[in-house]
Design a protein around this ligand. Structure first.
Ligand code: SAH
Length: 214
């Protein structure tokens, strides 16, 4: 069996597992079955584990999020094709690629220079059309604001007001909140310029969201 066919078989198994865990959004399921997660691994010895439902280390002490976490965060965004999404924490680029595969216009920010350049190059080489920026996600990205959706993929010590301001009324933000080893996954709906509705979707574990670039 060729490696690609083997990876596709493993990917299908992973998707079935995610569906059993409650991932049902059809466009998302299709994206998960299509995007080759193994290509987002920097350590080639770990590629064989790419379709395990686990987080793995990538460059610069960071991680590629667990597939279930990526899937749940994406489902909670209630994404429609063509929507404008801002992602904080590009990391490996896998989450951004899933958002793009659903048809969103994706803007993603990474604070670590080395990772930023590496992932930008990878996404370009895969012909995945995503706008990547080096910057501090606490500030959001004003040039393309407001966004329909915002996803934070690092543990936020608090929900930055700047990001809520860059969200459209009627928009949704999904973010892990907390400074401990685990955080709570929040879905925040912006009802008006001053009113928000927040729902808690259980515990998750992310690397910390840090200020400044490095
Ligand atoms: N979405 C990524 C998850 C990567 S882990 C993926 O699919 O692989 C979280 C990433 O957030 C790390 O790369 C980290 O460097 C980055 N990060 C942390 N704080 C940030 C900030 N303030 N602004 C932008 N990126 C940040």
């Amino acid at each position: 069996m060729s490696t690609e066919i083997l990876f596709q078989a493993k990917r299908n198994e992973l998707v079935a597992h995610l569906q059993q865990k409650g991932i049902h959004d059809r466009a998302l399921v299709k994206a998960l079955a299509t995007v080759p997660r193994h290509l987002f691994f920097t350590d080639s010895t770990l590629k064989q584990f790419a379709y395990e439902d686990k987080a793995y280390p990538i460059e610069a002490g960071q991680t590629i999020s667990q597939p279930y976490t990526v899937a749940l965060q994406t489902q909670l965004l209630e994404l429609k094709p063509q929507e404008k999404v801002l992602e904080i924490g590009t990391g490996s680029g896998y989450q951004a690629a899933i958002l793009r595969a659903i048809g969103a216009r994706v803007y993603t920010i990474e604070r670590q220079k080395k990772l930023y350049f590496k992932t930008k190059t990878l996404l370009e080489s895969l012909n995945i059309s995503i706008d990547t920026f080096l910057g501090d996600g606490f500030k959001g990205f004003p040039p393309f604001a407001p966004y329909d959706k915002i996803i934070i993929t690092a543990a936020a010590p608090y929900i930055p007001r700047t990001l809520l301001d860059q969200l459209k009324v009627g928009g949704i933000m999904v973010a892990p909140l907390g400074e401990g080893k685990t955080q709570v996954l929040l879905q925040i709906k912006k009802l008006s310029e001053t009113e928000f509705e927040q729902r808690d979707f259980g515990s998750c574990s992310f690397v910390p969201m840090l200020a400044g670039i490095e």
